[in-house]
Design a protein around this ligand. Structure first.
Ligand code: SF4
Ligand code: SF4
Length: 206
């Protein structure tokens, strides 16, 4: 079955994201789609944004039952759900509990491979944009991780956590003060339609 699908690109600098209208009727037909196969990992750029916009998320994530805390990241491990898993931040009623800009980068950029949007010539500038932004964010997070290591700061130490989050916020502000040119060369929002052959259930690969 072929379907016309709307893909939308949202340019918010380091909090940019992609949406597709297909999610409302996800071909996986399991009420969780890609959120059933992923455990989100939050990094300094995410914590810095949370501290600014929704600081209560820090305690929320720290109090979730199954998290993995490393020096500068926190993974929210998805518990088993049916034949697969389900992200603890996913609700049956409304999908992800986090607003788009509060999500980590994979959750903001992921589009199921069956849409292979990157192959569309008309979308190539958005492909370049998201590839660059992804790399840029990794560089920022690695820079912060190295600096925190040199300062003997780690999220693994409960007494240091407040200081770690403040340190991350300060460094993200410094490292993103000069915004890359690519942020200004693309519009805030742009929508496109693509036609694709759909498969259903596990035939729709993730
Ligand atoms: S698998 Fe695709 S359609 Fe389904 S929720 Fe994820 S991105 Fe949306
Ligand atoms: S954080 Fe949200 S978008 Fe990411 S896997 Fe969990 S429910 Fe899905």
């Amino acid at each position: 079955m072929e379907k016309d699908i709307k893909i939308s690109f949202h340019n918010y600098g380091f909090r940019s994201f992609i949406t597709v209208n297909l999610c409302q009727e996800c071909p996986r037909q399991d009420n969780k789609g890609c959120c059933g196969l992923y455990s989100p990992v939050f990094y300094p750029t995410d914590f810095a944004y949370w501290l600014d916009k929704k600081p209560e998320l820090i305690n929320f994530i720290l109090n979730l039952p199954n998290i993995t805390i490393l020096n500068t990241s926190i993974t929210v491990n998805s518990p088993p759900d049916g034949e697969g898993y389900r992200c603890p931040m996913h609700s049956l009623e409304s999908g992800c509990l986090l607003a788009q800009k509060l999500r980590e980068s994979i959750c903001r950029y992921f589009v199921c491979p069956g849409l292979y949007w990157q192959d569309e010539l008309k979308l190539s500038r958005w492909k370049d944009f998201f590839e660059q932004i992804f790399e840029h964010e990794i560089t920022i997070n690695n820079t912060i991780a190295a600096k925190m290591q040199s300062e003997n700061l780690s999220l693994r130490v409960p007494e240091q956590r407040s200081a770690c989050f403040e340190f991350m916020k300060k460094m993200v502000l410094e490292l993103t003060a000069a915004m890359p040119e690519m942020f200004t060369t693309l519009p805030k929002h742009e929508e496109f339609w693509i036609r694709r052959e759909l498969a259903f259930g596990k035939q729709w690969l993730l």
